[in-house]
Design a protein around this ligand. Structure first.
Ligand SMILES: [Fe+2]
Length: 206
């Protein structure tokens, strides 16, 4: 934590500090704009109701985060129009060939497990971004309300990130167990179907 004595000279009214604060808020907003798109897609793709519920809740939170950031940008930027641009979310990109193998060779269930890892990476990255932003705004002596806004957003990212970190392994286990069971049932169905067909054939032959 930065102490008052460590702070640089009073910057209030310093337009360059204000410009940096607006740039940082806009950057955060651009990531949240992209996060809304991704969470909407994840909500439609996710398989388990409990995951759907968590994603839905965080989608609502993210929309509120956007509004908080927009409000601060408008206030600091004297009516400035907040960005609607979308930043690039920090999802690891495998080499193209490997990506193709993973995408074409994975079932929907396996894809869900891959995506849950990306969900966690994104939430942790967002938390890192807000922490750095809070520290920067503290150094710039930005107004308390803007710092409080970032702290509120940070808390939500941390809470969802903590939930994902704690529950992802359990959810992956549920998903993979389901997949194995479905495969077994599929094989059984196939076998009994084959048997029926065999019986039909031998009945017509008799
Ligand atoms: Fe988030």
């Amino acid at each position: 934590m930065i102490q008052m004595s460590d702070r640089p000279e009073d910057n209030s009214g310093n337009s360059s500090a204000n410009t940096i604060a607006i740039a940082g808020l806009s950057l955060a907003l651009s990531y949240e704009n992209a996060a809304v798109d991704r969470l909407e897609r994840r909500l439609s793709e996710s398989i388990l109701p409990e995951v759907k519920e968590k994603i839905k809740h965080h989608l609502e939170q993210t929309k509120q985060q956007q509004e908080r950031l927009k409000e601060r940008i408008k206030t600091l930027g004297a009516g400035m129009k907040p960005t609607s641009e979308k930043g690039h979310l920090p999802i690891p990109q495998p080499p193209p060939k490997l990506k193709m193998i993973i995408e074409s060779g994975s079932s929907d269930t396996e894809k869900e497990v891959w995506e849950s890892v990306n969900d966690l990476i994104i939430e942790r990255a967002e938390a890192i971004m807000y922490k750095a932003g809070i520290q920067a705004l503290d150094l710039l002596k930005a107004d308390k309300k803007t710092i409080k806004t970032l702290e509120k957003n940070l808390k939500e990212e941390q809470t969802f990130g903590d939930w994902l970190e704690k529950n992802n392994p359990r959810i992956a286990k549920i998903l993979m167990t389901k997949q194995i069971q479905n495969k077994k049932q599929g094989k059984k169905k196939k076998k009994s179907h084959l048997k029926e067909e065999e019986q039909k054939v031998s009945a017509t032959a008799a």
